[in-house]
Design a protein around this ligand. Structure first.
Ligand code: NAD
Length: 242
């Protein structure tokens, strides 16, 4: 890749977002790495190198999102890629799930993607070029007991993806989603060992995924090689959802 191009990655300080950022930097993208974990962002910047540019951003705070995007657009044009990856879980069975756990998960995972996409799609529309990747989850496709809030937020992202794929295509902006299965990150680290083993046994490939497995697809979807993919939801789950 010769021309400069920037991709914004949310939740980029660690886990899947960090792996995506590393993979995009290897392809020559400048990465606007957005997260609330400032120290972790700084540590990751040292590790990945100069193409990884840290930006403080809370995706749930509209003013924060707009201020960070303004800086990103001024300092790193042109922004041609966006990976909506920031996400959280607050798991519990429905009977024990309070409204705050519902709201919080929907706000970070779904409203956060809306806020960042709305701001950055304006500049992509002007440029008539861009690719957006939303990180959904396999639980959006098959459900998960104890994760009604999380699954609803991730299923919402699929509707968001498919709608924007239609809405933005005339401006040459593609929108796709990735549905990762069980990936080894801090999000799944705290699960009890027997639960992790149980998951692994249900995965046809017999192991949990690595953040790099997701990063590979994200880089493909952002790049020109996927120029005819639009509105797709691609599982990266070792066959779990088949
Ligand atoms: P992780 O917890 O390691 O990383 C999530 C990142 O998002 C963190 O750096 C966190 O600080 C950031 N974040 C959280 N709230 C934020 C906010 N309000 N503003 C900005 N950043 C915020 O988890 P991960 O496994 O790397 O998850 C990345 C994405 O992949 C999430 O959307 C998650 O739902 C999705 N996913 C993960 C798995 C898995 O098994 N790990 C499976 C399917 C989907």
């Amino acid at each position: 890749m010769t021309d400069p191009r920037t991709a914004v990655v949310t939740g980029a300080a660690r886990g899947i977002g960090l792996a995506v950022s590393r993979r995009l930097a290897a392809d020559g993208w400048t990465v606007a790495a957005c997260d609330m974990l400032d120290e972790q962002l700084a540590a990751s910047a040292k590790e990945v190198g100069p193409l990884y540019r840290p930006f403080h951003m809370d995706v749930t705070d509209e003013a924060d999102v707009n201020a960070a995007c303004e800086r990103i657009l001024a300092e790193n044009p042109p922004v041609l890629g966006l990976v909506n990856n920031a996400g959280i879980t607050r798991d519990s069975l429905l009977m024990r799930m309070d409204a705050e756990a519902w709201r919080k998960v929907l706000t970070v995972n779904l409203t956060g993607a809306f806020l960042v996409t709305k701001t950055l799609s304006k500049t992509m529309m002007r440029q008539k070029a861009g690719s957006i990747v939303n990180i959904s989850s396999v639980v959006a496709l098959v459900g998960s007991a104890g994760q009604a809030n999380y699954a609803a937020s991730k299923a919402g992202l699929i509707g968001f993806t498919k709608s924007l794929a239609r809405e933005l295509a005339p401006r040459n902006i593609r929108v796709n989603a990735i549905a990762p299965g069980f990936i080894e990150t801090e999000m799944t680290l705290n699960l009890p060992e027997e639960v992790r083993r149980g998951y692994a046994e249900r995965i046809p490939l017999g192991r949990m995924g690595r953040p790099e497995d997701v990063a590979e697809l994200a880089a493909f979807l952002l790049g020109d090689a996927s120029c005819y993919l639009n509105g797709t939801v691609i599982p990266v789950d070792g066959g779990l959802s088949t």
